[in-house]
Design a protein around this ligand. Sequence first.
Ligand code: FAD
Length: 283
Amino acid sequence: MIPVSFDYEVAESAEHAVELLGRHGDEAKLLAGGHSLLPLMKLRLAAPAVLIDLGRVDELRYVRDAGDHIAIGAMTRHHDVNTNDLLKEQCGILAFTAGLVGDPQVRHRGTIGGSLAHADPASDLPAVLLALEGELVAQGPDGERTIAAADFFQDYLTTALNEGEVLKEIRVPKLGSGTGWSYQKFNHRAMDWATVGVAAVVERSNGSIGSARVAFTNMGSTPIRASAAEQALSGASPEGIAEAASSADEGTSPASDIMASAEYRRHLARVLTRRAVEEALSR
Ligand SMILES: Cc1cc2nc3c(=O)[nH]c(=O)nc-3n(C[C@H](O)[C@H](O)[C@H](O)COP(=O)(O)OP(=O)(O)OC[C@H]3O[C@@H](n4cnc5c(N)ncnc54)[C@H](O)[C@@H]3O)c2cc1C
């Protein structure tokens, strides 16, 4: 339970972090809340030679109204996302789901940027960002670039961030009054990771579904959109939701582990999709 020894650098700003990454190359890892990286290091599944601590980069800790979207600094902690009034009002699904991450200790240390950059398919926030069709802003030696959430999660624990890039900001849309949402998390104990999670963002149209965006937690090696269910749900009446959700697990490849078999996860995906869309339509 003791990590391999490493050097420690303190970043003073996002630019400084990029500079330090450039200096140390692939030997270095950024440290945000440490709640995913440090356990991996203690288990010796990760052994970076240098840790670059973002903990003092206060410029990456904010939630701002940016006109047509809300901008969230990557170092904003789960607790601050969960309790932020602007997010609660304009993008309730993100604030709500941040409150389901782990336990209070995890939420007071872990950050939204760390969670997304870590890209664990069992984490709750990546699926929410996919369903929101959010964007991520990365800063590298050549400046900033914006990456759509759909392009960000590439494989297990693998993102579109290049070596030498820092995730700076997360952008989410403001959800208008015609948009409902829900995040359904199934876990064994209150503070556990999701066995399966379903994020739904639904555009209402005369009491029916105009369109639905649905994304899964822990149904494959990355968070994924439930494309089959989305198609079936488009234009569906409330009575048609159960039928549309019955195909929700199509195109997924869940794992079997001590928490659930793959077949049980598929069952959960169908049931939770129905619950999520029903709740989103009525919210
Ligand atoms: C007991 C426990 C229970 C948990 N339960 C849940 C849960 O139910 N749901 C859930 O979603 N999560 C859960 N988590 C994970 C938690 O949300 C972590 O906080 C999160 O996954 C990682 O965020 P962090 O800030 O701690 O990142 P760190 O652990 O510091 O970093 C994680 C990875 O991201 C990289 N990174 C961090 N910041 C940046 C950045 N700005 N730019 C580029 N790369 C970056 C790091 O180099 C590292 O590779 C749990 C963790 C623990 C310890």
